[in-house]
Write a protein that binds this ligand. Structure first.
Ligand code: 2HA
Ligand code: ZN
Length: 271
């Protein structure tokens, strides 16, 4: 067996968590990531028939039975992931019953996956219906995006429109816009179901006054979506209290989207 700490998927996960921490998106135990791994790839590093222990998930994820995920641990700090992956991360496989996670590696101190596993797995299920190449669900608390939640209407059209106006690249990067949920209790199946419902339509979902979810086919894609939203939110927060002299107009946003050939939310423009 090869050393799993040297696996490309492990190294990329650790580098991404470190980057997110460095950007201030994941204070203390804030944030969580899940990545669907390739079963054949995992088999190079561990014996998939060796289950360390089983952990009930508390919900039914049968469409993901047999799928393997690398997931951050509950209460664990992004700050510490790269230094000690085996304590802070776990590799789980969804058992045939759909409601049990089989631990194949990690959570060395006896802990378990993130409390947000319902939102993660339900989002994986919803996104894969839309895009079977989706493998990553990422949650974090980016500073300016969160700040914007307090001073801007939590309305999908208005929130997306404001961000599209803040950087030329925004409508190209997230033409599908941003879903917005009101404040809800986190760590529950209910917020998981609400998030997954939004994921049918959006690759980005704001949890009101809490943070954001982003998804993608790989870590770079999910990270890049959140990074672009956060940059736009930063520009909004740096300018919201100042007189606005210039903006990207809606017909210019339309021109941009058409030039880049992206399928944008036409109902989010006022044309
Ligand atoms: O796990 O971010 O939403 C810490 C969180 C909960
Ligand atoms: Zn959170």
């Amino acid at each position: 067996m090869r050393n799993i700490l040297q696996a490309p998927f492990m190294k990329e996960f650790c580098a991404t968590a470190a980057n997110m921490y460095r950007l201030g998106w994941d204070e203390r135990n804030g944030g969580n990531i899940s990545v669907m791994l390739d079963g054949g790839e995992v088999g190079k590093y561990l014996d998939p028939s060796r289950v360390i222990r089983t952990i009930p998930t508390g919900f039914d994820a049968k469409p993901l039975a047999g799928k393997i995920f690398l997931v951050t641990g509950t209460g664990k700090y992004f700050k510490n992931v790269a230094r000690d992956p085996e304590t802070n991360l776990g590799i789980i496989r969804i058992a045939a019953d759909g409601t049990t996670a089989e631990l194949l590696w990690g959570y060395k101190d006896g802990s378990r996956f993130t409390s947000e596993l319902p939102a993660h797995l339900m989002s994986h299920m919803a996104r894969r219906e839309v895009d079977p190449s989706n493998r990553v669900v990422m949650h974090c608390h980016p500073t300016y995006t969160l700040a914007m939640n307090y001073v801007h209407p939590l309305d999908e059209k208005q929130f997306t429109h404001t961000l599209w106006e803040m950087c030329t690249e925004c409508i190209v990067v997230f033409p599908d816009g941003i879903g917005v949920l009101p404040w809800m209790l986190c760590g529950t199946n209910e917020i998981g179901e609400a998030t997954a419902e939004k994921m049918k339509e959006f690759r980005l979902v704001v949890w009101g006054m809490h943070g954001i979810y982003g998804v993608g086919k790989d870590l770079d894609e999910a990270f890049g979506l959140i990074e672009t939203v956060e940059k736009a939110a930063q520009i909004y927060m740096l300018t919201a209290h100042l007189p606005r002299l210039n903006t990207i107009k809606d017909d210019e946003l339309k021109t941009l989207a058409e030039a880049f050939g992206v399928n944008y939310r036409k109902d989010f423009l006022n044309l």
